[in-house]
Design a protein around this ligand. Structure first.
Ligand code: MF3
Ligand code: CO
Length: 255
């Protein structure tokens, strides 16, 4: 069952989205040489809680594991679900993927962004820009009457057309009272396939793109997904509301 949010629930999703986007934007400004990923996670926690929200990631359960951090901080070859540690110090040339999910008044806002710490290698910068653009290509298809596969295919075609690789082990998702609802939103697939999109659905679209090969492995912490070939990976995510017209990006800050 894919939930259709009521007008009242949509208002709460807008608020959760605004909080998630604000916390992510503030956190992005703290990414600079010398800061550790542990520091960044602690700042993320602070920014989320200052707005009367809590992290949706902290203690998130997957099987017998429970996520220990408040945000996901993934550097270079780390794809997603990076756990902040005092041992990882940010340095020039790094790319840092920040994933911030919050619960505010019972609803979830979920968004992610890869930040570049200049000077970044040309090909790595291309990876980051292409991943961001791929997210926008996906969002463009997030319209009533389209199907999930239209989003998936738009992302895949764009990314692979640029010679980069789609990570297939992780997908976007419906989002609402819980972080992961139906439907799954893969970043690959066939157009006109999958569930139909209807006004009132709220979904998180989140391409994860590798510079080299698509394969992944897990780091020793059991959470952090890293590229099997050790090359860089980027991740962008927005929470989006399906409407009668244009998609509404709930995690876009109106400045
Ligand atoms: N925000 C991530 C997502 O989009 C989930 C992180 S949950 C964690 O699905 F607990 F595993 F960190
Ligand atoms: Co997500």
């Amino acid at each position: 069952m894919i939930s259709i949010k009521t007008a009242e629930q949509i208002e709460k999703m807008r608020e959760a989205g605004r909080v998630a986007a604000t916390a992510l934007d503030r956190l992005a400004q703290e990414v600079k040489p010398g800061v550790t990923t542990y520091d960044l996670d602690q700042l993320g926690k602070q920014f989320i809680e200052e707005m009367g929200a809590v992290s949706a990631c902290h203690n998130y359960r997957a099987g017998s594991k429970s996520f220990p951090s408040y945000t996901c901080i993934s550097v270079n070859e780390e794809i997603i679900h990076g756990i902040g540690t005092m041992k990882r110090v940010i340095k020039p040339g790094d790319i840092v993927s920040l994933d911030v999910s919050v619960v505010k008044n019972g609803f979830i806002g979920d968004n992610a962004r890869t930040v570049m710490v200049e000077p970044v290698q040309e090909e790595v910068s291309f990876l980051v820009k292409t991943t961001q653009e791929a997210l926008l290509k996906g969002i463009k298809q997030a319209r009533a009457g389209n199907r999930v596969g239209d989003i998936s295919n738009a992302v895949q075609r764009f990314v692979e057309g640029k010679g980069l690789s789609i990570v297939k082990e992780f997908v976007g998702h419906g989002v609402g009272k819980t972080m992961h609802e139906e439907p799954q939103i893969p970043n690959y697939g066939k157009p006109k396939s999958g569930p139909k999109l209807l006004p009132g659905m709220t979904i998180a679209i989140e391409p994860m793109v590798n510079l080299g090969k698509a394969g992944i492995r897990y780091a020793d912490d059991g959470w952090t997904a890293v590229t099997a070939d050790g090359l860089a990976s980027a991740h962008f995510e927005h929470t989006v509301l399906i409407t009668d017209g244009e998609p509404e990006i709930l995690t876009l800050l109106k400045k």
